[in-house]
Design a binder for this molecule. Sequence first.
Ligand code: PXG
Length: 464
Amino acid sequence: MTVISNHMPTAELQALDAAHHMHPFTTNADLARKGARVITGAKGVYLTDSEGQRILDGMAGLWCVNIGYGREEMAEVAARQIRELPYYNTFFQTTHVPAIALSAKLAELAPGDLNHVFYASGGSEANDTNIRMVRTYWAETGKPSKQIVISRKNAYHGSTMGGASLGGMTGMHAQGGMPIPGIHHIDQPHWWAEGGDMTPEEFGLERAGQLEAAILELGEDNVAAFIAEPVQGAGGVIVPPESYWPEIQRICDKYEILLIADEVITGFGRTGNWFGSQTLGIRPHIMTVAKALSSGYQPIGASIVCDKVAKVIDACEFNHGYTYHGHPVAAAVALKNLEIMEEDDILGHVRDVAAPHLKQGWESLADHPLVGEARIIGMMGSIALTPDKGRRAAFAAEAGTAGYICRERCFANDLVMRHVGDRMIIAPPLVINRDEIDLLISRARTALDETHAELKARDLMQAA
Ligand code: PXG
């Protein structure tokens, strides 16, 4: 058996990585030249790399490690479950205790009558389920023409054919023949970049109005559902204007369009409540969850479905399902994660300590000459880098140039902060304490200073 130990020299690990490991969303040839950063361990909000460097993780992994790294109880539960029942399926009139217990717990936590859970291994798979489920729902209720799912440009709903088609990332659509038929995209509620002279509230209504216009144009009888993230995550942490969601809800109600809230990032405390739908006042028929469902300790996702839709789906044979549906180890670990969130009152910590302190620190960055806006909701924040604050201007340089420099300066200052184009984003573990938040903000400010200096030195502070 080949054991790749953590004690191999970094260069050797990087060479093996480059030779055999194809990375997602990466130009692998560039990475091979540069070498990937090798993460070897993590505890709390800190990562450790193969050079022994301690890095503050401002992204909770990939928006998922809400309870922080290194919780011993999670390891114990996984080991116990592997000993007792490492795997069994839930297809042929069988079930198992972890899937039962997790489903009941999710039904308890989810708002309204979202009482039924269909599992997946992650968010993409769950969104594929959602496409088939809403189309099947309408077919079974005698309205088979209602097939189109309306989504938004710059949304992220996953990387499978269905998930990426729902998503509105043009770079993804360009590879592999997407979107699949029956998906329609409307514009995003991104006031800072696209709002022009409108107030945020006017703009929110205008963008929500596009849903009504699309339903009328496509025909009410052809539209199955609308899917959206309560707050766009991978698109750049775009907090919609306050007028947006109430209007979307009104339109979905009026035309009886099923509403799918993709809570893969916003679920499990990220916005300060269990679900972003509660923070934004949304009443979805289906919620997509993944990531922080297990705090990323195991791959698991799900569609949480309302009584009305589940009743119809339950009455037919839904010819859909994954080998790892409700995987016992993943389900047991997810359940323990939810238990930890409750026992440690992590939502209380977010509400009373972490979110207010992070908001104060994050918004203080708005005075930086490079920062056009600093937005935050709960524990997810973004800043727009700009060469001209007054005009909300984009850079003349290729989009993402400034953001990439800033991300590199963050890394150099032992902070993980992602860039989306020229927006910088954070979503730290929810358990982050006040001192760690102060450190995050001070490192972010240093990185901004260094980015600003580099942009000036390279004559890149030019507006488009
Ligand atoms: N929906 C949303 C809202 C997501 O953010 C998915 C679905 C897909 O989930 P899976 O588990 O299949 O990856 C996601 C995933 C980024 C980044 O760079 C974000 C995601 C995935 C990868 C990268 O911000 N979000």
